[in-house]
Ligand binder design. Structure first.
Ligand SMILES: *[C@@H]1O[C@H](CO)[C@@H](O)[C@H](O)[C@H]1NC(C)=O
Ligand SMILES: *[C@@H]1O[C@H](CO)[C@@H](O)[C@H](O)[C@H]1NC(C)=O
Ligand SMILES: *[C@@H]1O[C@H](CO)[C@@H](O)[C@H](O)[C@H]1NC(C)=O
Ligand SMILES: *[C@@H]1O[C@H](CO)[C@@H](O)[C@H](O)[C@H]1NC(C)=O
Ligand SMILES: *[C@@H]1O[C@H](CO)[C@@H](O)[C@H](O)[C@H]1NC(C)=O
Ligand SMILES: *[C@@H]1O[C@H](CO)[C@@H](O)[C@H](O)[C@H]1NC(C)=O
Ligand SMILES: *[C@@H]1O[C@H](CO)[C@@H](O)[C@H](O)[C@H]1NC(C)=O
Ligand SMILES: *[C@@H]1O[C@H](CO)[C@@H](O)[C@H](O)[C@H]1NC(C)=O
Ligand SMILES: *[C@@H]1O[C@H](CO)[C@@H](O)[C@H](O)[C@H]1NC(C)=O
Ligand SMILES: *[C@@H]1O[C@H](CO)[C@@H](O)[C@H](O)[C@H]1NC(C)=O
Ligand SMILES: *[C@@H]1O[C@H](CO)[C@@H](O)[C@H](O)[C@H]1NC(C)=O
Ligand SMILES: *[C@@H]1O[C@H](CO)[C@@H](O)[C@H](O)[C@H]1NC(C)=O
Length: 719
């Protein structure tokens, strides 16, 4: 049944890839409508898409909701107290009135919309309210869609209800983590408890031996090979040519995108493009609705569509062009183009391995459906298979690669089979693509698509599903202070590392979300780092992540030293955080490759490959041109003082990048790092304040991010 399903979507993916339609509705009209909507939205409740569901409920149920909503509204105390009270109260309601459980989530959603500073997050983060004039009957076996209106509003409260039912409301710490991450920082970030005391971590493994404080000695280390690291495609299926690409609510270039500052009568949209490049004199816009790649990868741009002729120069702020926009995700055309580019580079660089650290689905959360999720995943993996046919692909799923967004349930919970579909589909697809063998299926499923894979050269790659430690995954809040390994991922990782340590085998670890990001649960982040501290540098050679869309890295320092205080002797390990293909937001599309030493599997150099998206806005619909952006050695060690055969390990990054970055009076260095982080995009943030100091945007994003632990990163941020 399942594989038939995949096959079906595969066939259809082809038509999606190659079709573009001329937008039917006048964008200016849409912008006016949207603007009206946004005005009323600012006043409050009309934003509540569930209003129709609510009004159609029987009077008794409406009363139930109103009564308890009032109780929550009337609750006393600080924002933090109110949030904790809400969870305790909701849990007691669900226990008392189990047959009314969907009313409880609906009233919590209403409470969220009434109070939230940013109402949109109520939709995407907890209750997964999506709109689409289609119901999900076809998925009834797989989903517990609490309330569906049959016409347009879908309410996925399955995860939230499981969270409530399993929440340990006597743990203040669990509540505070929830209220910090999931309720708009209603509570401040609690001090991270000592994980040694909580979980007796040292008992998870035998003591570290003296010889494991260094990497193994290698004699025959001269041969090198290349590995490519690609991440964060985020295919935007509803990307629309001519739609607003400088919009107010990202992602842009959707049919309904609008800019709050509507262009006036005298506005000329060439202004937007001139702002990006003042030297532009002539315009040759890339408005090619039929632009596509044929089966044999020939690019056909098709006919020009004359927006100015039909709509004038003021129908929106910046009409979207063929290959993508800085505030939108990747149109299929860009996705195709980047893979063709990778395939060309492959001919020269002979990559032996592809690290693909996830996120195929776009940021259009409110229109997301199970089908769109699956479609993006299938399309991305299909193209990866097509263009990199014979190279082993190491795939990882990102936070967007599940429906509802970021949700993965621990195996040990009864979850009404809600989520297995995604993991099962992906595992079957990877096996069909010959990236794994049939016998691997059970292990892949057990580890939520995580795996351990040994390459022909003897390198072990361990991949994890990072939703297990992600703050957006509701399930990760259950028992987080009493069970350090709710998902069993850490035991899996430690067992694999012990096995490799025994053999002197080196390991790369990969996952989508870097453990230091501000959205990672701190206890989990600390556990991750403690495991690496135990197994690096002898066994763990490198770590690879994506997720931030930025070109970044972080350093693990020993015994709790923060990046601000660290010296070179504290360096234990590092993670590579690779930049995205999607331009979302403000980036040039890009990917990385590594020159790797045989045997030690250290990285000797790293290269960035990128394209300047802004050239494609205005080049008559021609394909993007890709080029080498930099070699890490040449960029950060131009004098070549780091020994030629020494790896680009944490010590290199500490000495050549982290140290000068922490000299916060050296704004030029900070700006340089930022420029490359954004791949020289014209929208790269400026690091200088009006008073000539380093601004907080750059300080937070450059300096704080160097910390390996999410709590250190968060506590370092200046607002
Ligand atoms: C509402 O809140 C008050 C104060 O916490 C509580 O005593 C009361 O029982 C609640 N009402 C209902 C209907 O649960
Ligand atoms: C809030 O405080 C008032 C006055 O102290 C009290 O009457 C009321 O019951 C309290 N409400 C809740 C929900 O605790
Ligand atoms: C719930 O939290 C309390 C307070 O932290 C703790 O003592 C208790 O063991 C926890 N219960 C479970 C079942 O984990
Ligand atoms: C390291 O920091 C964590 C979090 O602040 C704390 O719980 C732990 O006790 C610290 N460990 C040491 C050895 O200082
Ligand atoms: C060194 O490594 C290469 C490539 O793996 C291998 O062909 C060669 O036999 C090795 N030489 C020694 C002395 O081990
Ligand atoms: C808008 O600007 C372009 C380029 O400068 C120019 O060709 C065009 O005539 C202008 N249109 C209007 C209506 O001002
Ligand atoms: C995009 O639109 C905003 C107004 O919403 C404007 O301030 C900004 O300058 C525009 N961007 C460019 C590059 O013109
Ligand atoms: C590829 O396809 C295009 C259009 O279908 C055709 O014009 C072209 O000759 C083909 N090229 C090759 C190399 O087969
Ligand atoms: C899923 O998407 C495909 C391709 O976009 C479409 O043909 C199919 O009808 C969709 N299935 C459902 C159940 O919506
Ligand atoms: C990084 O490599 C240098 C040069 O080989 C070495 O001195 C240093 O100890 C290494 N750092 C780590 C953390 O392994
Ligand atoms: C693209 O942006 C870069 C960086 O700001 C700039 O140097 C270049 O001139 C721009 N090119 C075009 C065609 O806009
Ligand atoms: C960055 O901002 C500073 C302070 O406002 C300004 O002096 C400088 O010109 C700006 N740099 C760029 C490249 O815009």
């Amino acid at each position: 049944m399942r594989s038939v399903d995949i096959y079906f979507v595969l066939i259809c993916a082809v038509c999606v890839v190659f079709s573009h339609t001329i937008p039917g509705l006048n964008s200016l009209q849409r912008q006016i409508l949207s603007k009206k909507r946004s005005r009323s939205r600012q006043k409050g409740r009309s934003d509540d898409l569930t209003q129709d569901i609510f009004l159609n409920l029987p009077a008794r149920e409406i009363d139930f909701i109103n009564l308890h909503l009032k109780n929550l509204t009337d609750a006393n105390g600080s924002k933090c107290d109110k949030c904790k009270y809400k969870i305790r109260y909701a849990k007691s309601l669900v226990e008392e009135y189990p047959e009314q459980e969907h009313l409880v989530t609906l009233l919590l959603f209403k409470d969220c919309v009434n109070n939230a500073y940013y109402a949109d997050s109520c939709y995407y983060e907890n209750f997964f309210i999506t709109t689409k004039s289609q119901n999900f009957e076809a998925f009834n076996d797989d989903y517990d869609a609490g309330i569906t209106s049959g016409t347009s509003v879908n309410f996925f409260d399955n995860d939230f209800l499981h969270l409530l039912k399993n929440f340990n409301v006597s743990s203040d710490l669990d509540l505070e983590y929830y209220c910090y991450f999931k309720d708009h920082r209603a509570c401040s970030l609690p001090k991270t408890p000592d994980i040694e005391q909580l979980f007796d971590i040292q008992s998870w493994w035998p003591e570290k031996k003296p010889e494991h404080y260094h990497q193994p000695v290698y004699k025959n280390n001269s041969e090198r090979f290349n590995v490519i690291h690609v991440t964060d495609f985020h295919i935007q299926p509803r990307y629309e040519l001519g739609a607003e690409s400088n919009c107010t609510e990202v992602p842009c270039a959707l049919p309904e995108s609008y800019n709050k500052k509507l262009p006036g009568k005298d506005y000329n949209f060439t202004t937007y493009y001139k702002n990006l490049d003042p030297t532009i004199e002539t315009f040759n816009f890339s408005f090619y609705p039929d632009a596509r790649y044929t089966e044999n990868d020939t690019y056909i741009k098709g006919d020009y569509y004359d927006f100015p002729k039909y709509r004038g120069y003021n129908f929106n702020n910046a009409p979207a062009t063929s290959f993508g926009a800085y505030l939108s995700d990747a149109p299929e055309l860009l996705m195709n183009n980047s893979l063709i580019e990778i395939a060309k580079l492959q001919a020269e660089k002979k990559f032996e391995l592809v690290l693909f650290t996830g996120d195929m689905v776009d940021h259009d959360g409110v229109h997301c459906t199970p089908n769109i999720t699956k479609d993006a995943e299938v399309t991305a993996f299909k193209l990866v298979k097509k263009y990199l046919n014979n190279i082993p692909i190491m795939p990882a799923l990102g936070n967007h690669d599940s429906f509802p967004y970021a949700q993965v349930a621990p195996n040990k919970f009864d979850r009404n089979n809600s989520y297995d579909y995604n993991i099962e589909d992906m595992v079957n697809l990877w096996i069909n693509n010959e990236w794994f063998e049939g016998k691997d299926a059970n292990d892949l499923k057990k580890h939520y698509t995580g795996f351990s894979y040994v390459t022909n050269r003897g390198l072990k790659i361990i991949a994890l599903n990072s939703n297990a430690y992600y703050g957006d995954n509701l399930w990760a809040y259950i028992d987080q202070t009493t069970d350090g390994d709710l998902f069993g991922n850490w035991k899996f990782l430690v067992d694999e590392l012990l096995e490799s340590e025994e053999k002197g085998q080196r390991v790369w670890i990969m996952a989508h979300i870097p453990p230091n990001n501000y959205d990672v649960l701190p206890i989990q982040s600390r556990i991750f780092g403690t495991i690496i501290e135990r197994f690096a540098p002898y066994t763990v050679a490198n770590m690879f992540f994506g997720h931030t869309h930025r070109d970044q890295f972080s350093i693990l320092y020993s015994s709790n030293t923060t990046a601000a205080d660290a010296v070179a002797e504290d360096v234990l390990s590092m993670s590579w955080v690779a930049q995205s293909v999607t331009p979302y937001t403000k980036f040039n599309p890009s990917f990385k490759w590594y020159e790797v030493e045989n045997e030690s599997f250290n990285i000797i150099n790293a290269y960035n490959y990128y394209t300047q998206l802004n050239i494609t806005f205005n080049n008559g619909g021609e394909e993007p041109k890709w080029e080498v952006e930099y070699s890490a050695r040449d960029l950060y060690d131009p004098e070549h003082t780091w020994p030629e055969d020494a790896p680009l390990n944490g010590t290199f990054w500490h000495n050549y990048v982290a140290k000068p970055m922490w000299n916060t009076s050296d704004i030029a260095f900070n700006q340089k790092f930022m420029d490359y982080k954004y791949r020289l995009s014209p929208l790269t943030p400026n690091c200088t304040t009006d008073k000539g100091k380093l601004n907080n945007v750059c300080f937070n994003d450059n300096n704080c991010f160097l910390n390996f632990y999410s709590d250190s990163n968060i506590n370092c941020q200046k607002s």
